[in-house]
Design a protein around this ligand. Structure first.
Ligand code: ADP
Length: 233
């Protein structure tokens, strides 16, 4: 079964091709890393999938439903049921951790007890339970990352899209959060599309790595699953 399918997608900005003839099928639970140098079109691929921009030609499906085709957006971003964590985390500074997590659950009209249960469960998984009432500014960079991850995952999205989420972090924190992502993946089994220019990140995180250059897929490589992903940080 395919969860996500890009079929021959191309996208230009001001007459310059940013992504060309991009085709990729993603199965549920896969961890896809899109790897390539700055400007090669990685972010554009995620933005196309999220629905922020529309392919000029080609089509995109999510869960067997066509969401965009040949210049037409058939499903708005909020209808696509995807979670997102970008480099700029964009946590809402005026809301507590609970408020940040609750916002999307309220929009989906979950009952108060369901909201509470989901928030409790995800905060337990990212080991942030005691920070329920904290504001983002009171948290360290790594803690903010965990909240951003929790905020995306609490909605149980069809897939999690991450765009260079670790690039601003120091080496030690970067390493810890890579492990954290793998641990959460093992616990929850979500589908991941992760964009980076960093080979080390791609080697650790991807079940498949899509190598991009100048808007095109150069090659796709499968990677053996890491065995010992759980353990002390
Ligand atoms: P990457 O994520 O690999 O760094 P991007 O997808 O951001 O690459 O960009 C691919 C190409 O498209 C680059 O040449 C970039 O300058 C161009 N581009 C990206 N976004 C826009 C935009 N909003 N307007 C014009 N050009 C853009």
């Amino acid at each position: 079964m395919k969860l996500i399918e890009f079929q021959s997608v191309s996208k230009s900005y001001n007459g310059r091709l940013a992504v060309e003839d991009f085709s990729l099928s993603v199965e549920p639970g896969e961890r896809i890393v899109i790897l390539g140098p700055s400007g090669c079109g990685k972010t554009t691929v995620l933005r196309l999938l999220a629905g922020f921009i529309t392919p000029d030609t080609g089509s995109i499906s999510i869960g067997n439903e066509l969401v965009a085709r040949d210049g037409q957006n058939l499903r708005q971003p909020e209808e696509r049921d995807l979670g997102m964590v970008f480099q700029d985390l964009a946590l809402w500074p005026h809301l507590s951790v609970k408020g940040n997590l609750e916002f999307g659950l309220r929009a989906r009209k979950l009952s108060a007890s369901d909201r509470k249960q989901r928030i409790h469960e995800i905060l337990r998984l990212v080991e942030m339970t005691e920070y329920l009432k904290a504001r983002p500014t009171e948290l360290s960079g790594g803690q903010q990352q965990r909240v951003a991850l929790a905020r995306a995952l609490v909605l149980q999205p069809k897939a999690l899209l991450m765009d260079e989420p670790l690039s601003n972090l120091d080496e030690e924190l970067n390493r810890r959060l890579r492990k954290e992502i793998l641990r959460l993946h093992q616990a929850l089994g979500f589908t991941l599309l992760f964009v980076t220019h960093d080979r080390e990140e791609s080697a650790e995180l991807g079940t498949r790595v899509v190598f991009m250059r100048s808007g095109r897929i150069e090659r796709i490589e499968s990677q053996p699953s890491p065995t010992a992903v759980v353990g002390p940080n």
